[in-house]
Design a protein around this ligand. Structure first.
Ligand code: 5RP
Length: 260
């Protein structure tokens, strides 16, 4: 089994293998026993949840206090035997040591667009309550400019749908109501809201937009994540992981590690 996975790395890994290997490195580097950890949502972050669950099962991680960012992640924690809390739990008291999550796009400043899985509201609350933040992404997520190709979501209260779309269009962007798959009508978030998917025609200032979009009446939260400096793990098909340091790492160099 081990040999087969090494051979796969030599051949070039598929996207799911890249996500799994990159999450394993992030967990190995950052998650320590006794930590209060925020756990992100999506097909990448779920590998980090699984990895933490396996380490707990093997007795290599103990006293983990996990706060999930979605129902998907909560169920994965249940499956993998990860102790569950909320940000409001007495043991967490509104502050986490670390959050690990995926992203839809990451730019060279380590700014992100998130919310492709519709969980951006709790993902941002949990991330911004964390002392350290890590993003795991495969190389297809690394872009020069955010929200030109993949939309930045804006979670809105349903009553403000038309007025928010007009406000977004007034700043020269396009806003599309996210439609559900295998359910008629729009996506309803885990907080009972709607999602607008916003794309821009030319490069934008993500930090400015993170502030401005939330000023629109009826806007709840948007998918630009710029107020943290995450450590970003970018996995490649050749088995290498590029680690872009967080500002708090005190280094601007890019570290690379190869297949083990
Ligand atoms: C969910 C998110 C996800 O982290 C983001 O959409 C990336 O998902 P995936 O790892 O499945 O590509 O923000 O709201």
């Amino acid at each position: 089994m081990e040999r087969k996975s090494m051979e796969r790395k030599g051949e070039g890994m598929d996207k799911n293998e890249i996500k799994a290997a990159t999450c394993a490195k992030a967990v190995e580097d950052l998650v320590k026993s006794g930590m209060k950890v925020g756990l992100g949502t999506g097909s990448t972050a779920i590998h980090a949840v699984r990895e933490i669950g396996l380490l707990i099962g093997a007795g290599k991680l103990t006293d983990i206090f996990a706060v999930p960012t979605s129902f998907q992640t909560l169920m994965a924690c249940e499956t993998w035997g990860i102790p569950l809390y909320t940000l409001n739990s007495k043991e967490i008291n509104g502050a986490l040591d670390l959050t690990i999550d995926g992203a839809d796009e990451v730019d060279p400043n380590n700014y992100c667009v998130k919310g492709g899985g519709g969980a951006l509201l709790l993902e941002k609350i949990v991330a911004y309550a964390s002392a350290a933040y890590a993003i795991v992404a495969d190389e297809s997520k690394a872009v020069d400019h955010l929200a030109l190709r993949f939309p930045a979501p804006l979670e809105i209260v349903p009553e403000a749908r038309v007025s928010v779309i007009q406000a977004v269009e007034a700043i020269g962007a396009s806003a599309v109501l996210r439609e559900a798959v295998r359910k008629a009508g729009p996506v309803i978030t885990e907080h009972g809201n709607l999602l607008l998917d916003i794309t821009f025609r030319s490069p934008v200032d993500p930090a400015l937009l993170e502030r401005e979009l939330n000023q629109i009446p009826g806007g709840v939260e948007n998918g630009f994540f710029t107020r943290l400096s995450p450590r970003v793990f970018i996995g490649r098909a050749d088995g290498t992981v590029e680690v872009r340091p967080a500002a708090s790492d005190g280094s601007i160099s890019v570290m690379r590690s190869g297949p083990k």
